[in-house]
Ligand binder design. Structure first.
Ligand code: ADP
Ligand code: MG
Length: 709
């Protein structure tokens, strides 16, 4: 039973053909399998269509009626065109209006029978009374009143598919109406849903009480009349859950394969006497926190094992992750191996280099910098092994870069890198140890997935004597208050960051920019040394400025978010964030993490600009109230959804189309357990041959899970 429908082109389905197949392709539907997995995004209950005269204002409704008028209207004094269509269902009239879409008119004729779906509102002009703005529509019958097609009745099949039932609504593309797609899917589901392979093994289905794939697909596309439409519309039916589970299961299977591959691989054993490590610790002006010690123990334990380390260090900004990574580098260096530190921005690479270079020189280790925009690229000295520690951006993963003996890869601020980059970097050596550091405090369920192939350590303690940064919301109009803060801090010998959303005004917005801002501050404070810092500057310029800022020679940096990650200048105690409403909460949290790193009280001033909505202000208040990165991240997740963390671009993960990583957190945990179990028992999926191909295609373009050929 079951058939591989991914090899069955959609073109050969009755009523499709080459032209429509081309259109379906645009929707991502190439095969019959794709079609089955092309799910409705909402449902309409057409078992009981309300009469227009009985509609309630404010309700979302579907009505059916005959077109009685079609008009393009140009309201006086407004640069706007309205398309208006009035329908009559025998009980009353309802007007649909579409803004600035005059081309809509040619889709209809008087006499057509149509369905409109939208929020019922009171017409502003009185009269008929009922109106829908930008309703979705569906043409039911094309009798045009000419007499020729009059009294056209729906065929029996048509009425079975489109009417008198809970009807699925699909996303369309031009040239293909929702009705046509529904008709195609009806026939695909009817004939082929029973042929599809169930990729989830039976025992996993029954353990999780999930319905089979055939029933699930049939019910999702064409639900029973007694299904709960509200549940369907939330995508929360058991059948939807099953598909979400399937997707999460595929995701976790891939992660399980990757994790297994890397942990079963042979790796280096790093177990030196510890001379370099001791010397490094002696040089530090502080003692490690308990959490740092604990996490380093875990790392050291990993490094001794004959398998590669794959560990994530999570810890809020300022908890001291860098030093833990440096300690790991000492272990590797003492064994005669090289380390690479990969960071997301050139500024961060440069600033790490500035700190590490001297420290390491005293230990007799050579350090170099490798970024995309630097001309001097010490490639041969890296290849010869002369350089013990290489610090760089993703330039490190370019093919021209080769190492003599790369033993450890540290990836800082991981949220900018994905699974893919991690895998590429790992390929630079046989099987180096990998340490990933992130300050993005993400909920556990999410981290399981984003870092699902890694073991996890948490530094859950800040160094002692840190005073939490005070955060204030100061309106842009209260300039004097902002100036006073700046003057006070700089006069006390402290330093200031002012962060802008853009570099210059040319970016076609009316946002305040770093360049204009800097000039204004220079006029106001001629006695202070104010410098500009942004990503478009030459690296050498940037390095000079950062070095001067670190040394305390620069009082104030007007910068863009290039300083967001990692920058560490403990004497900087004031940060002013211009257009704070423009930034996400997690980003504000990162930015704020640049201050409050020393013994002095620090202040973060959030400056929102008009017009700034209630929501934006409410968000900013979260920043005033808490320093807890986890709370902030959760709030961010609530407001913006998981895309911010879980996006293909950032995470390198396959797209999820059905599952929602936050909503389906419990499902994710179950899927993970089952997936990891399965791979543990059958690493090459030899006993699950049917799973292999869908799994590979789920991860296609992301990562190669199994060796081919
Ligand atoms: P993050 O975890 O955000 O990367 P860093 O590693 O940049 O944090 O450390 C933040 C600051 O705290 C640095 O100036 C670092 O030198 C300092 N630091 C790290 N560990 C300790 C400690 N145990 N005690 C005091 N200061 C520390
Ligand atoms: Mg850091």
């Amino acid at each position: 039973m079951g058939r591989d429908l991914s090899d069955f082109p959609i073109q050969y389905i009755k009523g499709v053909g080459p032209k429509r197949a081309g259109l379906l392709n645009r929707l991502g539907i190439a095969s019959v399998r794709d079609a089955l997995y092309y799910l409705p995004y909402r449902y309409e209950d057409r078992t009981n269509i309300h009469r227009i005269s009985e509609l309630n204002f404010g309700q979302t409704e579907t009505v059916q009626g005959r077109v009685v008028s079609l008009e393009i209207i140009k309201p006086r004094g407004k640069n706007l065109r309205l398309f208006e269509m009035t329908i009559n269902d025998g009980s009353g009239l309802l007007k649909g209006t579409w803004f600035n879409q005059p081309f809509m008119k040619k889709n209809f004729r008087i006499g057509y029978e149509v369905l409109l779906h939208g929020v019922v509102k009171r017409s502003p002009y009185g009269g008929i009374g009922f109106q829908m703005d930008n309703p979705e529509y569906e043409i039911v019958g094309i009798a045009d009143g000419s007499g020729k097609h009059d009294h056209r009745t729906l065929s029996q099949e048509e009425s079975l598919i489109h009417m008198n039932r809970i009807v699925p609504v699909y996303r369309v593309t031009s040239g293909l109406s929702v009705r046509q797609i529904r008709t195609i899917l009806f026939s695909v589901v009817k004939t082929h849903a029973k042929e599809i392979h169930d990729v989830i093994p039976g025992e996993i289905l029954s353990r999780n009480a999930l319905p089979g794939i055939t029933e699930s697909l049939s019910q999702i596309h064409f639900p029973h009349d007694y299904a709960d439409i509200e549940v369907l519309n939330r995508g929360a039916s058991d059948f939807h859950k099953r598909l979400a589970f399937e997707e999460l299961f595929m995701l976790e299977l891939g992660l399980a394969v990757m994790q297994r591959k890397s942990t079963k691989e042979k790796g280096y054993v790093f177990n030196p006497e510890g001379r370099l490590l001791r010397r490094l610790l002696e040089m530090l002006p502080f003692r490690l926190t308990k959490a740092q010690e604990r996490v380093f123990d875990e790392i050291r334990h990993d490094m001794k094992r004959p398998h590669p380390m794959n560990r994530l260090i999570q810890g809020d900004v300022g908890c001291g992750k860098t030093i833990v990574a440096l300690m790991a580098m000492m272990i590797v260096s003492e064994c005669g191996y090289q380390s690479a530190l990969m960071v997301p921005t050139e500024i961060l690479a440069e600033q790490h280099y500035l700190t590490l270079y001297k420290l390491f020189r005293e230990l007799g280790l050579k350090t170099c910098l490798l970024t995309g925009s630097r001309k001097d690229r010490p490639l041969s000295r890296i290849a010869s092994g002369e350089m013990t520690v290489v610090i760089g951006t993703h330039a490190l993963i370019q093919e021209v870069v080769t190492f003599k003996k790369l033993g450890l890869v540290v990836i800082d601020e991981q949220h900018r890198f994905g699974v893919i980059q991690r895998a590429l970097l790992r390929k630079k050596a046989d099987s180096p140890d990998v340490l990933v550091m992130t300050a993005t405090p993400i909920p556990r369920t999410l981290s399981l997935t984003l870092y699902g192939d890694l073991d996890c350590s948490v530094i859950d303690e800040l160094p002692p004597d840190r005073r939490p940064t005070q955060t204030l919301l100061v309106h842009a109009k209260q300039k004097e208050q902002i100036y006073r803060f700046i003057r006070d801090e700089i006069t006390k010998g402290r330093q200031v960051y002012v962060v802008y959303p853009v570099i210059d005004e040319s970016e076609k917005t009316d946002l305040r920019s770093a360049i204009i801002g800097k000039n204004a501050f220079e006029k106001k404070f001629p006695e202070f040394n104010i410098r500009l810092l942004h990503g478009r500057m030459k690296p050498s310029e940037r390095e000079t400025i950062m070095a001067a800022f670190k040394k305390g020679e620069v009082d104030m940096l007007a910068s863009t978010t290039v300083i967001e990650v990692g920058v560490d200048v403990p004497n900087a105690t004031l940060m002013i964030i211009i257009h704070a409403e423009r930034f996400g909460l997690s980003q504000l949290h990162q930015l704020r993490g640049r201050i409050g790193r020393g013994f002095h009280q620090s202040y973060c001033i959030l400056v929102p600009y008009e017009p700034c909505g209630e929501d934006a202000l409410r968000r900013l208040h979260v920043m005033v109230q808490t320093h807890d990165g986890f709370r902030i991240a959760e709030e961010d997740l609530n407001i913006r959804g998981p895309g911010e963390f879980y996006g293909t671009r950032q995470s390198g993960m396959p797209d999820l189309r059905i599952a929602h990583i936050v909503r389906d957190a419990r499902l994710l945990q179950e899927a993970r357990k089952d997936a990891f179990n399965l791979i543990e028992n059958d690493p090459e999926l030899e006993g699950h041959a049917r799973l292999k191909k869908p799994l590979e295609s789920f991860w296609a373009g992301k990562i190669e899970l199994f060796k081919t050929g």
